[in-house]
Design a protein. Structure first.
Ligand code: F0G
Length: 456
């Protein structure tokens, strides 16, 4: 059979509300032309994120019904810890309420002013947390990652030469090296096992710990299976085990691949770091056997650590994302290729050559897409990563100005994604109509969540 189907069916449904163009014009104006500030009910198909938006399975719900909500030492925590240790293999398991909470704990517990931290690319919240702690935070993507159409199959790789040189130069100031799998900020691109192994060896020589930001590790492992020599016959779980064995620690949002509506995790080998992180945990998140999560959250996550690595599920997920990407590509829409797993990324500058960087092409495109179709998307470009130079006042724009169509897990059907693809293609055919925007309110950090804009 040619047709690829969702490997699950729906027994509970959530009605969607269709809006008119006139209504959407009012909604987005009232939201200050910031799609983040729309009410969710004003959105038809929400591709703003794949984070916290997954549909839970019958297995997850049934585990949640049997949760233990004791204040401390709950059965649900021990079930969670066991599932984490079985997969990740590290000695210490620290739950927290979401990814950035874990980053904050690490930043406060072990990062000191003047430390240098390297990554393929730090996600925005990771960068923010480590910079706030006074660290010098450096991204070392490979050159191909900056080229939207480079066919390199692992554009999430860290540049090993620059890593070696950077570690040598930083000396004792080097605090940690992080691989973000997959690299969300640069097109959701995977990191190869060969790259992880090489980074592991380099870190070993410099006695610097190698960590993962593992929010989307299952998708990364499945792309390794599909693309990297020697892995075709291995299961995603086996690949994941090998990946984690190469690391000293992992921090991750459990709202993405781990199919949680909330949740975060730190798991690591070093006892002194674990102790320092736990001290912080107690004052800001919760007790060590909960980290601010309810027993039912821990139950849902423990089940997900199995489900997220199921081959049928991962194979469908990669297929459906690629299908959307190929639809756009066939119509000439400038997309980032090869396609990753959790999202399709559109190049805002190439889509809207009539807009200058100041007119925020990808952001403007996100607003235009909402107006055209009710589809919400996320800009990861000039607004999210642009920085104003403190002394000169000039703007520094990122290498890529992208619009991300992120696909929630197990939520939307193929026809929903077809609709979203068709909307982008229709807009591309009338791309000169996309109106530029400029900042009205620009906060000092993480602008995308609260900034407001006006049409130019
Ligand atoms: N790291 C990566 C790679 C992420 O993509 C995110 C969140 C975080 C850390 C922070 O985790 O949201 O649980 O606090 N990414 C979301 C997204 C927001 O839509 O890509 P969090």
């Amino acid at each position: 059979m040619k047709t690829v189907i969702e490997p699950y069916r729906s027994r509970v449904i959530e009605p969607m509300r269709v809006t008119t163009r006139g209504e959407r014009e009012r909604f987005i104006r009232e939201a200050g032309y910031n799609p983040f500030l729309l009410k969710a009910e004003q959105v038809l198909i929400d591709l703003v994120t794949d984070s916290g938006t997954s549909a839970l399975s019958t297995r997850q719900w049934s585990a949640m019904h049997g949760s233990d909500e004791s204040f401390t030492g709950s059965r649900s925590f021990y079930r969670f810890r066991e599932a984490v240790q079985r997969l990740f293999g590290h000695a210490f398991v620290i739950p927290c309420h979401q990814g950035r909470a874990g980053e904050h704990l690490i930043a406060r517990a072990v990062v000191r002013p003047g430390d240098v931290i390297f990554a393929n690319t730090h996600f925005a919240t990771t960068r923010e947390n480590f910079e706030e702690a006074g660290a010098d935070v450096r991204d070392l993507p490979i050159a191909e990652a900056l080229d939207r159409t480079s066919p390199h199959t692992f554009k999430g790789n860290i540049d090993l030469e620059r890593l070696e040189a950077g570690l040598a130069e930083a000396g004792s100031r080097a605090r940690m090296v992080i691989l973000t799998v997959t690299d969300n900020s640069r097109g959701g691109q995977p990191v190869s096992m060969a790259n992880v192994r090489a980074a592991h060896d380099i870190c070993g020589r410099h006695a610097v710990p190698l960590w993962l930001d593992a929010a989307r590790f299952a998708e990364n492992c499945y792309l390794v299976k599909l693309r990297e020599e020697g892995y075709a016959e291995r299961s995603p779980r086996e690949i994941a085990r090998e990946l984690f064995r190469l690391t000293d620690g992992v921090f991750m949002s459990m709202k993405k691949d781990a199919l949680g509506n909330t949740g975060g995790l730190i798991t690591l080998e070093d006892e002194a770091w674990a102790e320092a992180i736990r001290v912080r945990l107690l004052s800001s998140e919760g007790i060590p056997t909960g980290g601010g999560l309810a027993g039912r959250d821990l139950e849902a996550l423990a089940v997900a650590l199995d489900e997220m690595l199921e081959e049928d599920y991962l194979s469908y997920r990669i297929y459906s994302t690629r299908r959307l990407g190929e639809q756009l590509q066939a119509a000439g829409v400038p997309v980032v290729t090869p396609f990753g797993a959790h999202a399709v990324y559109v190049d805002g500058r190439a889509f809207c050559p009539h807009l200058s960087n100041e007119q925020l092409p990808a952001w403007s495109l996100s607003v235009a897409l909402y107006l055209h179709s009710g589809v919400r998307s996320w800009e990861t470009g000039n607004v999210m990563q642009g920085r104003e130079d403190a002394t000169s006042g000039a703007w520094r724009w990122p290498d890529l100005d992208l619009l991300r169509l992120a696909i929630p897990r197990r939520v939307y059907s193929q026809s929903h994604l077809d609709y979203a693809g068709e909307a982008v293609i229709e807009l591309f055919q009338q791309r000169e109509s996309v109106r530029g925007l400029r900042f009205v309110y620009h906060p000092p950090a993480l602008a995308q969540f609260v900034a407001t804009f006006e049409p130019v």
